[in-house]
Design a binder for this molecule. Structure first.
Ligand code: COA
Ligand code: AMP
Length: 633
């Protein structure tokens, strides 16, 4: 039996013992009564009920108390502004305690929700930890979302305060946050009472009396606040992610299970030790940013790198190598799309030459399927293990990985390797039977899920049950389809719902369809994901116009493209749409999105048996050819 087999079996046979042992690595104000509370079965399982702790204490104060105050906690490397800043654990403690004091002055109490809308600056991490310190529930919103999406999140979470900055910076443009937030507040009035703003030199925010506070002045005058112990099962944060409709799902993360699982993952999965430098090149607005820029590295006493830039163009495709060398990065975690972007700019990795990457031990990729070409290219140029691993916003940490801290298994390109201890991953058919190895099915996790995974959706228990637990009773439905091979390696091939993955960002085609359908000239529409050599997938819209509309099609296409950007945000990367006469449908009226994306990808698409009129597929193929699909390389 290999080392992973042994650890995995123990996690399955004795989850209570396994996770109780892992929980010893966390400081508790009160120990738990039950490791797994099964009283809400068959749907809800809670971890460490009765236990009390503070996540911020475990991320910050405990390291200072243990004499590590002078160690770097955070390195901010911002090629986009040409600046760098560092914070030791002692600095971080001071900032976070003051920010928590400021939150108290702003009227925020334990359990209140706080929206964080910040770019990749240290204050974003400080803001998250300050909420955790008070037991307030943060909800970070990614900067690439439009006011409408921000408003949806303010309303759904019932946020009372916002922590923000005057701007974000994208290559070639400064994004003023004030107009975005003011517009969102008009759509979500009467909830937010106060806002703290970090003024950046690239843009000014004009402070409104009675509502807005200057972050720097606020921190300078605030009385540092202590950590407030909360129940292990109390929410630490709500992170909204795409569902199948325009209403995003508020994934809830608790305090206790989250701290235990994330701390455990740092050694077991990422094989990193306290004091070493860990870099997740993502954004705090995504789950990767929550878990592996902020919480996990700090829980483990590492130094985390916060990178404000892009893998290419800030200034070039060598920036990742510069950051790894300059800060002594041991482990990098990013999305395959970042490596595809680097490979496109610098296929021979000429910019890598001259950099000393001797401390660098492993590259981890997640967020989307990792194509074998990208994996092999990264292995070849870096000469370190390249680990594809699979997880979702809902789980908060990996479900499948090659856990280098337990045992390095052989890499099979195209697979994120095997189920991580704690996750009973099974590939099922509709009758809840495991399909034979090598055959495709729905990838599910037998309940209970390990600690750290979502216990519910914010204010939407029934939606939680309907979306994840009802189709396969006794299992959590991941929404991914794929297969497992004879060695237990998992292959994640596609989604079973309308979610697409654009540059490692998870987007709902249903949400985009809602925007297109609201255009006055559009009678019907469909949005599908089309393969893209760099971003993995890109959305494509098909529009059927209302009869009698005789405006130029190009005008309507331009309007819907603008509308998606305005209502969802630039991150949707919705740039292509085509007007068609009819949409292919089943006889019962369901749009055949898979056939459409197959056609756009240039595949031989056979008419499904259920299709209403097979001739429509030829019409669509012609329409797509006219606008340049399938696109090559
Ligand atoms: N605020 C405002 N706008 C943002 C934004 C933010 N925080 N992040 C992205 N955008 C905008 C971009 O400016 C771009 O706008 P444009 O249409 O005007 O060009 C659009 O949203 C799409 O952004 P992005 O997906 O980042 O594409 P890109 O073409 O700018 O860059 C990559 C391509 C591959 C370099 C980029 O996607 C990348 O770095 N990916 C890494 C993946 C990653 O971090 N994934 C997170 C999960 S691990
Ligand atoms: P998100 O919630 O944004 O992290 O997106 C999660 C989804 O991204 C998963 O359900 C998968 O569809 C996809 N995904 C993430 N990691 C991988 C991976 N390593 N391989 C294949 N798909 C992945």
């Amino acid at each position: 039996m290999g080392a992973l087999d042994a650890v995995y079996s123990r996690s399955m046979e004795d989850p209570e013992g396994f996770w109780a042992e892992a929980a010893e690595a966390i400081d508790w104000d009160r120990r738990w009564d039950a490791v797994i509370d099964r009283s809400g079965a068959p749907h809800v399982y809670r971890w460490f009920t009765g236990g009390r702790l503070n996540t911020c204490w475990n991320c910050v104060d405990r390291h200072v108390a243990a004499g590590r105050g002078e160690q770097l906690a955070l390195i901010h490397d911002s090629p986009i502004t040409g600046t760098q800043r560092t914070l030791t654990y002692a600095d971080l403690q001071d900032q976070v305690a003051r920010a928590a004091g400021l939150l108290k002055e702003m009227g925020v109490a334990t359990g209140d929700r706080v929206i964080i809308y910040m770019p990749m600056i240290p204050e974003a991490a400080v803001a998250m930890l300050a909420c955790a310190r008070l037991g307030a529930v943060h909800s970070v919103v990614f900067g690439g979302f439009a006011p409408n999406e921000l408003a949806t999140r303010i309303k759904d979470s019932g946020a009372v305060a916002i922590l923000t900055a005057s701007c974000g910076i994208e290559p070639g443009r400064v994004i003023q946050y004030q107009p975005i937030i003011e517009s969102a507040l008009e759509q979500a009035p009467d909830l937010v009472k106060s806002i703290a703003v970090l003024q950046r030199e690239q843009a000014a925010w004009s402070l409104r009396d009675g509502r807005d506070r200057d972050w720097v002045e606020g921190l300078a005058s605030a009385a540092p606040a202590d950590c407030v112990p909360v129940a292990a099962t109390d929410p630490l944060y709500v992170l909204y992610t795409s569902g199948t409709t325009g209403q995003p799902k508020g994934v809830v993360r608790d305090n206790g299970g989250h701290a235990v699982a994330l701390k455990w993952s740092m050694k077991a999965i990422y094989d990193i030790d306290p004091g070493e430098v860990f870099w997740a090149a993502s954004d705090v607005g995504w789950v990767v940013g929550h878990s592996y820029i902020v919480y996990a590295p700090l829980l483990h006493g590492c130094t985390t790198v916060m990178f404000e830039g892009k893998p290419v163009g800030t200034p070039d495709a060598g920036v990742f190598w510069r950051v790894i060398e300059e800060h002594g990065v041991v482990t990098l975690f990013t999305a395959p799309t970042a490596f595809r972007a680097i490979k496109k700019e610098d296929p021979k990795a000429a910019l890598l030459k001259g950099y000393d990457l001797s401390k660098f031990r492993a590259l981890y990729l997640a967020g989307e399927r990792c194509d074998p070409d990208t994996l092999h290219w990264a292995e070849e140029i870096l000469q370190v293990p390249v680990i594809d691993h699979w997880w979702q916003t809902e789980t908060g940490w990996p479900m499948a990985a090659n856990p280098l801290g337990i045992e390095k298994l052989p890499v099979k390109a195209g697979s994120p390797t095997r189920a991580v201890p704690g996750y009973d991953v099974q590939v099922l058919d509709d009758q809840l039977n495991e399909v034979p190895r090598g055959e495709m099915g729905a990838i599910c996790v037998k309940l209970p899920m390990p600690p750290g995974c979502l216990p519910t959706l914010w204010n939407a228990e029934q939606r939680f049950i309907d979306a994840y637990l009802s189709d396969y009773p006794g299992y959590y439905k991941t929404g991914d389809a794929g297969y497992m091979d004879e060695d237990g390696y998992i292959y994640v091939m596609s989604r079973t719902d309308d979610i697409i993955n654009v540059a490692g960002h998870r987007l709902s085609t249903g949400a985009m369809e809602e925007v297109l359908a609201s255009h006055p000239d559009v009678a019907e529409c469909a949005v599908v994901g089309v393969a893209d050599a760099m971003k993995g997938q890109l959305p494509l819209g098909l529009l059927v116009l209302k009869s009698g509309v005789d405006r130029p099609e190009a005008e309507i296409v331009a309007e819907v493209v603008r509308k998606v950007r305005e209502e969802i945000g630039p991150v949707a990367a919705f740039k292509n749409a085509v007007v068609v006469k009819r949409l292919p449908k089943t006889r019962s009226g369901k749009i055949l999105r898979r056939s459409i994306s197959g056609l756009a990808d240039g595949q031989q698409v056979a008419a499904p048996a259920t299709i209403d009129d097979p001739a429509i597929l030829d019409e669509i193929r012609d329409d797509l050819t006219e606008i340049g699909y399938p696109q090559r390389g």
